[in-house]
Design a protein around this ligand. Structure first.
Ligand code: CA
Length: 192
């Protein structure tokens, strides 16, 4: 009887160690799971933004963490630039402001690190850029409708350069199987 109890304690300890080690492994996987979901990277030119510009997109992954847009600044003293995620157009879900000093005066992919949000897969959302009067920011994009799941403020044939960065982590904690294994072993011991 005492032997059985000791065996149970040892097994619980062992499974505990397995659980802790697998959890820390899963955590490190989660950290590296950011990836691009929706994107339009073709650049055939661009336009100076006339106060506001927007691009529609439809997510295929729920958790949105960042937006990247290919833009440049007109240089000099400028108001900050705001990026909004809207649904529908005009209703802000999230926003992120960058100072003009953070935007270079040559074409670059700029990351707007928004607070993470959960989107509904397949629904239309809008990436909007805007700034106060006096700003001059240029957004690159392409003609011929390269992004099929959305339009832009320039119509159906123009899509701005953008990327949606998402967190695709699937929590693969083997808790369940380990706990089932523990129950199984304990049952075997009990029934001996
Ligand atoms: Ca399009």
């Amino acid at each position: 009887m005492e032997k059985k109890l000791l065996l149970r304690l040892i097994l619980i300890l062992l499974v505990g160690i397995i659980l802790i080690s697998s959890t820390s492994q899963a955590k490190s996987n989660i950290l590296n799971s950011e990836t691009i979901d929706q994107f339009q990277e073709i650049d055939t030119g661009g336009f100076w933004i006339d106060k506001i510009a927007w691009q529609e997109f439809q997510p295929e992954v729920k958790k949105l963490t960042k937006i990247e847009v290919k833009i440049m600044s007109g240089g000099g003293i400028q108001p900050p630039i705001n990026l909004y995620i809207e649904q529908p157009l005009g209703t802000i879900i999230k926003s992120k402001q960058l100072q003009s000093s953070e935007i270079s005066t040559s074409p670059n992919w700029i990351t707007f690190d928004i607070e993470d949000i959960k989107l509904n897969i397949g629904e239309s959302y809008y990436i909007k850029l805007s700034f106060s009067p006096g700003g001059s920011y240029y957004w690159y994009g392409s003609t011929n409708n390269p992004y099929k799941n959305g339009i832009s403020n320039r119509g159906e044939t123009w899509d701005w350069c953008f990327r949606t960065i998402v967190d695709k982590s699937v929590i693969k904690l083997p808790f369940k199987s380990n706990i089932n294994l523990l129950y199984y072993i304990l049952n075997v011991i009990d029934n001996k």
